[in-house]
Design a protein around this ligand. Structure first.
Ligand code: AMP
Ligand code: MN
Length: 274
């Protein structure tokens, strides 16, 4: 219900076909797909954890001049009707349309015009217009070969089509997830542009906020990232999670149910759930 191409029930059916026995759905900044996914999971006999992936703007506390980064904080096993979570997500979604207009203007500056209308037409959930929709427009127009190149050449810091945006704060995201009874997890920590000091600052602050877990095995980690964050999980005492980061059968490295296992000595975040 954010920027994936399969409907929630089709995503669950694919996971079941791949032999999954437990799964979460974590759309960006919306819980609108959870009822459909829960019903599909129940029909297929899968354990279902309602989830969300919250967009967060963060920079290290002790470096006020640092550039703000966008992080994704996953909430797992949440009660989506919790008012602080529901209201917080609605506030984040609110700025996306305006950001889309600014992305359009930035791409137009680089000679690529009229992308807002095309991206908006691609967005199934009009509240959730995102960079992935613009990336697909660049692919459809044959400006780039695939979505990955759309992000490396456009839409990311330093490139045409990138527009800084203020999302939720890290403390707010953790608070909303906990208020909703969920577990807070840093999504794909290896993907953020952070050096060792930056990674440690993030993990230290997340731990102090009561953060529960970090993703170790994900579709957007290299083997090196997986080893690094397994070590951080041990050092900081985090539980661990595994996420396919699945958006589309063609675009994504892993389909749900096909991820490699977590390192056996670490505790999966779901071990704490009833
Ligand atoms: P947004 O929330 O609109 O800024 O868009 C976030 C989406 O962009 C998420 O679905 C990410 O998976 C996707 N994304 C960000 N960077 C990349 C990348 N380098 N390659 C592919 N997808 C990316
Ligand atoms: Mn996404």
């Amino acid at each position: 219900m954010s920027d994936g191409t399969l409907a929630p029930d089709a995503m669950i059916a694919l996971a079941a076909k791949n032999g999954c026995d437990a799964i979460a759905l974590t759309d960006h900044d919306t819980t609108g797909g959870l009822d459909e996914a829960a019903a599909a999971a129940s029909a297929h006999g899968l354990y279902f954890a309602p989830g969300v992936e919250i967009s967060v703007s963060w920079k290290p506390k002790d470096d006020p001049d640092a550039r703000s980064l966008t992080l994704h904080i996953v909430g797992l096993n949440i009660d989506a009707s919790s008012p602080p979570l529901r209201d917080g997500l609605a506030a984040i979604r609110h700025g996306r349309r305006r950001r889309g207009e600014l992305i359009d203007a930035s791409l137009a500056n680089a000679g690529i015009v009229g992308t807002f209308a095309d991206a908006y037409a691609l967005a199934t959930n009009k509240e959730m217009l995102g960079r992935t929709h613009f990336a697909r427009v660049l692919v459809d127009r044959k400006i780039v070969k695939d979505v990955h190149r759309a992000f490396s050449r456009y839409l990311t810091p330093g490139n045409p089509g990138y527009v800084p945006h203020e999302w939720a704060s890290l403390p707010a995201a953790v608070e909303w997830i906990h208020a909703a009874g969920g577990s807070a997890v840093i999504a794909h920590p290896g993907r953020y542009r952070l050096d060792t000091a930056g990674r440690e600052a993030l993990l230290t602050e997340f731990k102090a906020l009561g953060g529960d877990a970090i993703e170790v095995v994900t579709g957007s980690h290299s083997n090196r990232d997986t080893a690094d964050f397994a070590r951080y999980a041990r050092d900081f005492g985090f539980h661990v999670s595994r996420g396919a980061d699945f958006h589309d059968p063609q675009e994504s490295a892993y389909a749900p149910g096909t991820m490699p296992p977590l390192p056996g000595d670490l505790t999966p975040v779901w071990a704490a759930w009833a």
